[in-house]
Design a protein around this ligand. Structure first.
Ligand code: 6PG
Length: 267
């Protein structure tokens, strides 16, 4: 069941997302001594990143990763690293978190391979079994290869339902259950060349937070909650590990749901 929280406005969405991310990070650190957080690019996650600099009081033991990156250098205006640095990293007091930058300047394949190595080296693996209810929604992850298990992944969503740099109908969605990080060419969202975490790694993460605002995302959110299809990559995420935080404008038509509390419900 996906948890869908509908709030009044974009600021409330960012506040709720930052609070939930903080809670998951602190719990992960308590349980395992380390918390691995992956962040996305795009405009929607920016405010959440800014608020995270305030809600996380102590970054000791938290490691920052990236869900995707454009194949540009870290100083390039299109760089997700640059955006995360401006919205979060430069506002964090010492000790700074350990930051693992995706080296977009290496290009799609070389950059993806380097990042996969870093994830395998620094993030504890685990065998991820998809519950029966989740069958068919993504790479069948059972007693297959071990994957790095991130604690929290923050995803934006495109109007077409893409997440990270996994786009509708893209060959990256056919990558096997052992795929960790992938090169992207011909991205429909510029720039064309990117690096992205695989859907298998996104599905293996313990928690996925997906903030979305504005009427332009309504259809994508509807698709994310609907049948699993490669035409809406967000629909392939693990439902029981996904929290979608939206404002009223991005809210799909009323759906049957069990109301969990004032603004969140399980779908
Ligand atoms: C990227 C992002 C991408 C983004 C969505 C939403 O590198 O472009 O990772 O997945 O999060 O496209 O972007 P907006 O919030 O700007 O609509």
């Amino acid at each position: 069941m996906t948890r869908l929280c509908t709030l009044l406005d974009a600021e409330a969405v960012a506040e709720r997302a930052a609070r939930e991310i903080t809670q998951h990070l602190e719990r992960a650190r308590e349980e395992r001594g380390v918390a691995h957080l992956a962040l996305s690019g795009g405009s929607t996650p920016e405010r959440t990143h800014e608020l995270l600099a305030k809600t996380v009081k102590d970054w000791q033991g938290i490691e920052v990763w990236f869900a995707d990156e454009r194949c540009v250098g870290p100083e390039h205006p299109e760089s997700n690293y640059l955006m995360v640095h401006k919205t979060l990293l430069e506002h964090i007091s010492v000790p700074p978190p350990r930051v693992h930058r995706m080296e977009g300047e290496l290009g799609p394949e070389a950059g993806a391979e380097r990042y996969a190595q870093a994830l395998r080296e620094h993030v504890a693996p685990g065998e991820v079994s998809a519950p029966a209810s989740d069958a068919g929604r993504g790479p069948e992850i059972g007693r297959g290869p071990e994957l790095p298990i991130l604690d929290v992944v923050v995803l934006g969503i495109g109007p077409d339902g893409h997440v990270a740099s996994l786009f509708p109908g893209a060959p990256t969605l056919d990558a096997g259950a052992e795929a960790v990080c992938l090169g992207v060419h011909n991205s429909p969202k510029p720039p064309p060349e990117r690096i992205t975490l695989s859907m298998a790694v996104l599905r293996a993460a313990r928690h996925v937070l997906l903030p979305a605002t504005g009427a332009g995302k309504r259809d994508a959110i509807q698709g994310a909650l609907g049948e699993a299809t490669h035409q809406v990559p967000a629909s392939l995420l693990r439902r029981e590990r996904l929290t979608i935080v939206i404002n009223d404008e991005a809210s799909p038509p009323a759906s049957s749901a069990t109301r969990q509390n004032a603004d969140c419900k399980n779908l």
